[in-house]
Design a protein around this ligand. Structure first.
Ligand code: SAH
Length: 441
């Protein structure tokens, strides 16, 4: 480590600001926010340093900078000249602030650009109202100490309170409820912990298509219950020591029946665990999230739903297919091609109506029946269509053509990944996007 990290208390202390310009103004703003009394000057004179706790300079003459630096070293006053490491006895980190919380990032001066990129990453994963959680903890500090005497027990309790329901409420800006939840948790501190289930959408595959809320849930989970559609890349983002339970589903090959999954979620939550039920795409789109939510509600288990990018959106974006189009599709229909008791029970007359895009999930196996039903109700067999496998992931594959063509070619083309079917005039109107390398993905 090249520098010693520290946070200085500058409340009411004098700080010399030498020079001018935007960079100096930015420092001035931060220093004022930290309670410093600023002494501003354009040129260096020794008397300026009298009683100063720190000196910061930018945009001053070289001779002034050199003199300031030398004087500060002699007097033991920390000095920073913006972008001139040779004149600095300390450097300033890239910072992330959340009300009472400040995070500083430093690369030891090696790469301010990298420090800023790291800052952006941290910025993205920290909820905007994180400071409220800190404030919540602070306001209960004395009460927690009084009630829970042992230090390890206090730590366990605080970990639970500051990542659990009180924290979630504080993060949502619901302060009164957060305080009530905290107080309630404290009252029952010795009682068994209460579990919680999050039904989380894992998106179509690429980890950077997760929502920030999903990422946070993964980072805090005690146990993750996932199925086949969830990519390894996404699972890698979960807390290292979280237990992972695979309840994979494949058409006609359900590893764990749905009732079994419902029971498992309820049992895990009753053990007091934070459970993440991780599903491909969005939990409420052909993901049986509704059934799980119902079972949890009936069992009295608190739960929430975190949406995900559903397959249709992931596939369409990466394939450059607009799902709606002012001229061609003023309606978008999500359909399942999955049969119930061996029958395709769909309203084909509605689906064959012009002016819409059909996003058909689980439709590969029933493609010939789907096509027949649509044509029977008058859909043009030359309507543009696409089959997209593993959409929204680096392995995406596509088969495009008219509905007739793709139906004929599908059996030879099909692989073993999940496939989405898109049908409609808009499917032929795309422009192929380029996948950009994200600088710091
Ligand atoms: N809840 C999921 C859908 C689950 S149903 C979602 O919102 O995306 C399973 C079907 O979704 C698959 O048979 C396939 O039709 C579709 N699907 C899921 N992920 C996919 C992907 N990455 N690429 C293409 N289709 C996908």
């Amino acid at each position: 480590m090249r520098h010693f990290p520290a946070f200085l208390d500058l409340q009411g202390r004098s700080v010399l600001l030498l020079g001018a310009g935007e960079a100096l103004e930015a420092k001035a703003t931060l220093l004022r926010a930290a309670g410093a009394v600023l002494r501003e000057a354009a040129h260096y004179e020794p008397a300026l340093l009298e009683g100063c706790a720190m000196a910061v300079a930018a945009g001053a003459a070289q001779a002034d900078l050199a003199a300031l630096h030398a004087a500060c070293l002699t007097r033991g006053i920390p000095v920073n000249v913006v972008d001139r490491p040779e004149f600095c006895s300390f450097i300033t980190p890239a910072i992330i602030t959340r009300e009472g919380i400040t995070i500083g990032v430093s690369t030891g001066g090696a790469s301010p650009v990298l420090a800023r990129l790291i800052r952006q990453k941290i910025e993205a994963v920290l909820p905007p109202l994180l400071g409220r959680v800190a404030a919540l903890g602070a306001s209960f500090q004395a009460a927690v100490r009084a009630r829970i005497l042992s230090l390890p027990a206090r730590r366990v309790f605080l970990e639970r309170a500051l990542t659990g329901t009180p924290a979630d409420l504080a993060l949502a800006g619901r302060q009164k409820e957060a305080e009530a939840a905290f107080a309630q948790l404290l009252e029952t501190a010795e009682a068994a912990p209460r579990g919680f289930v999050q039904l989380v959408g894992a998106g179509p595959g690429a980890a950077d298509l997760l929502t920030l809320r999903a990422l946070r849930a993964l980072g805090e989970a005690d146990v993750i219950v996932h199925d086949r559609l969830v990519s390894a890349e996404v699972l890698d983002l979960a807390r290292r020591d979280a237990r992972r339970i695979f309840v994979g589903k494949q058409r006609a090959l359900h590893c764990v029946p749905q009732e079994g999954i419902n029971t498992l979620l309820i049992e895990l939550a009753r053990e007091g665990l934070r459970v993440v039920r991780l599903k491909g795409g969005d939990p409420f789109i052909f993901g049986r999230g509704g059934e799980e939510a119902q079972a949890l509600a009936e069992a009295g288990i608190p739960f929430e739903v975190v949406p995900g990018v559903t397959a249709a959106l992931g596939c369409a974006a990466q394939a450059g297919i607009p799902l709606t189009h002012r001229d061609a599709a003023r309606m978008l229909t999500f359909v399942t091609g999955h049969t119930r008791d061996g029958k395709l029970d769909l309203d084909f007359s509605a689906l064959a109506r012009p002016g819409q895009t059909l996003a058909i999930y689980m439709g590969l196996a029933t493609l010939p029946e789907l096509r027949a039903g649509l044509l029977r109700e008058g859909l043009n067999p030359n309507t543009p269509a696409a089959l997209i496998e593993r959409g929204g992931s680096p392995q995406q594959r596509e088969l495009r053509g008219s509905l007739n063509e793709i139906t004929a070619r599908a059996p030879a083309w099909a692989g073993d990944g999940p496939v989405l079917l898109l049908v409609g005039e808009a499917v032929g109107m795309g422009a192929l996007p380029e996948r950009l390398e994200h600088a710091f993905a």
